[in-house]
Write a protein that binds this ligand. Structure first.
Ligand code: FUB
Length: 362
């Protein structure tokens, strides 16, 4: 009797699987999940998250209950550096994920290469990712065929990629370091911009001016740009606006105030209804932050989140995961201080009761 039941179930299951319509039994996410490699590296705070490759500019997000990280992939070369950032000659992106901050990091492999981006030529710098209506979007800067930094977008059905690039860069985009923030009302904003290698000072007239320079020391510093994203997430819904960062008296932070002025690496998050814009101060090497009641500012300077790390650049993201807040950042400790060979790290971030952030000593 038992054997007859077993036989019946076996025949039925074979019949059902043989009759399933082709292509409908494996979801894209399950399919792609097979291309993952547990790195075997258990995350430890303030230690490199991966030691088999160099990674930088980590943008962290919670998607589908896991923590996903979208970093730059630094190449292991010894080309000389310039103020234009030519040593940051990255070609592709890998995506990483963690089930929890105690579980091993998973490398989802190469998810986009510059050869597969029709408009881009080189230097795939700091990316970010976003989700809307069942699709994932990877935003990234790269130099176009005229050597000008633009921002592109690539799409996927999975947060782990692979991503397919749109044929053109986002019209109206320029400079580097996109950060995409989805507000509680569903409106999506992109913040971007970076000085020097990132060319922001060359866009002060609204056109690319190869001779553009930073404002003089007593003038207002250049601010990051913000643009609303269109409904389809593939373009800007109107021209980008400059964000103003002021001191506590409402006076613009000046270009000469190098320990507080915006340089690159914008990140926006919301805590207790307040918008926090954090950024790198570049040649003074801080991650600073400013707050506002509005996603488009003006933002008021509040202090520092991260003191200088080993290496010239500093770049971060802030994410809430399982009820705690984390700072993802990078430094050059693993390479012995080589600025363009960086490693992503993370640590917990704490707020004071007044909403200010406790600065972190890396
Ligand atoms: O990774 C290349 C550049 O270095 C980024 O775009 C900047 O933010 C800096 O981290």
């Amino acid at each position: 009797m038992k054997f007859r039941n077993f036989l019946l179930i076996a025949i039925l299951s074979w019949f059902m699987s043989a009759c399933a319509p082709v292509g409908t039994d494996v979801s894209p996410t399950e399919d792609l999940a097979q291309n993952t490699t547990p790195t075997g590296e258990t995350p430890m705070m303030k230690q490199p998250l991966i030691t088999t490759m160099y990674t930088a500019d980590p943008s962290a997000h919670v998607f589908e209950g896991k923590l996903y990280i979208y970093p730059s992939h630094d190449l292991d070369h010894d080309n000389p550096g310039t103020n234009d950032g030519d040593q940051f000659d990255m070609e592709d992106y890998h995506v990483f994920s963690m089930e929890s901050v105690q579980s091993p990091l998973v490398d989802h492999g190469e998810v986009l290469h510059v050869r597969d981006v029709p408009w881009a030529t080189k230097q795939m710098w700091a990316p970010d990712a976003a989700f809307k209506d069942g699709a994932y979007y990877l935003y990234f800067p790269a130099r176009d065929k005229d050597h000008i930094f633009r921002i592109g977008v690539a799409t996927s059905k999975s947060p782990a990629g692979p991503f397919t690039a749109e044929p053109e860069y986002i019209q109206g985009s320029f400079s580097i370091d996109p950060c995409v923030f989805v507000d509680d009302d569903g409106q999506v904003y992109m913040y971007f911009g970076g000085l020097w290698g990132g060319q922001l000072e060359k866009w002060q007239t609204g056109e690319f001016d190869p001779n553009g320079t930073e404002p003089v020391a007593t003038q207002a510093a250049l601010g990051p740009r913000v643009a609303k994203l269109s409904e389809d997430m593939l373009g800007f819904d109107g021209p980008a606006q400059e964000i103003s960062i002021t001191d506590e008296n409402g006076q613009p932070i000046t270009a000469g105030d190098r320990s507080r002025r915006f340089f690159e690496a914008s990140w926006v998050h919301k805590y207790n209804g307040v918008y926090y814009l954090s950024y790198s101060t570049g040649d003074t090497h801080y991650i600073a932050y400013a707050t506002s009641e509005s996603p488009t500012g003006p933002f008021v300077f509040r202090g520092y989140i991260l003191f200088p790390v080993i290496g010239w650049t500093t770049h971060h993201s802030i994410v809430e995961f399982d009820g705690k807040w984390y700072l993802f950042y990078h430094d050059s400790s693993l390479s012995g201080g080589v600025t363009h060979k960086r490693s992503m790290k993370f640590t917990e971030l704490f707020y004071n009761p007044d909403g200010t952030i406790k600065p972190i000593d890396p």
